[in-house]
Design a protein. Structure first.
Length: 175
């Protein structure tokens, strides 16, 4: 199942965590020290693609139910436009990477953003990409490659879909 979790940069109150990790609602923090991507099972079972897509869609629907001020700092709930754009992006990712096992394509995290957007994250080994879907449906990303001592990163706001898909693929397809 997909983890819907607050990021440590965006504490969230009254959140439901799907997967591993814990939400301390009294302190409004998320402890991901025991986080294991929910798609990794101890038995190494393959997750059918339709189950991954269904779990992702459910996670996005649950973000729609966040109340105003969900973080106790005045955050707006994710907008319908942001959630619809995130859903469309994920459908494109699953289509673009159709030959890849679903558990590798599944995002690691979906988190609400305080401005009414949604952030979707993928990571593998030394690379990661965070895609931000703004409240008006615009896309941006932060790509990080920690394979060298100095590390490399790139980021862009108002990024085209092709660029976003390329960065996601470069993370998902890491051997």
């Amino acid at each position: 199942m997909l983890s819907v979790a607050p990021s440590t940069a965006s504490p969230i109150a009254n959140s439901r965590l799907l997967g591993h990790g814990t939400v301390d609602q009294t302190a409004n923090t998320f402890d991901d020290s025991d986080y294991v991507p929910a798609s990794q099972t101890s038995l190494g079972l393959r997750i059918p693609a339709q189950d991954v897509m269904r779990a992702t869609s459910q996670a996005l629907r649950e973000l729609r139910n966040l109340p105003a001020n969900w973080d106790s700092y005045g955050a707006r709930p994710p907008t319908r436009v942001a959630i619809d754009a995130a859903q469309a992006l994920l459908a494109s990712v699953y289509s673009f990477l159709a030959g890849v096992p679903a558990e590798r394509v599944q995002p690691e995290l979906l988190v609400p953003l305080a401005d009414g957007g949604v952030q979707i994250e993928w990571s593998a080994h030394t690379v990661s990409v965070e895609v931000q879907v703004g409240p008006m449906g615009t896309l941006g990303y932060l790509y990080v490659d920690r394979s060298t001592p100095e590390g490399r990163y790139s980021e862009r706001d108002d990024a085209p879909w092709a660029s976003i898909l390329s960065h996601i693929a470069s993370v998902v397809l890491v051997p």
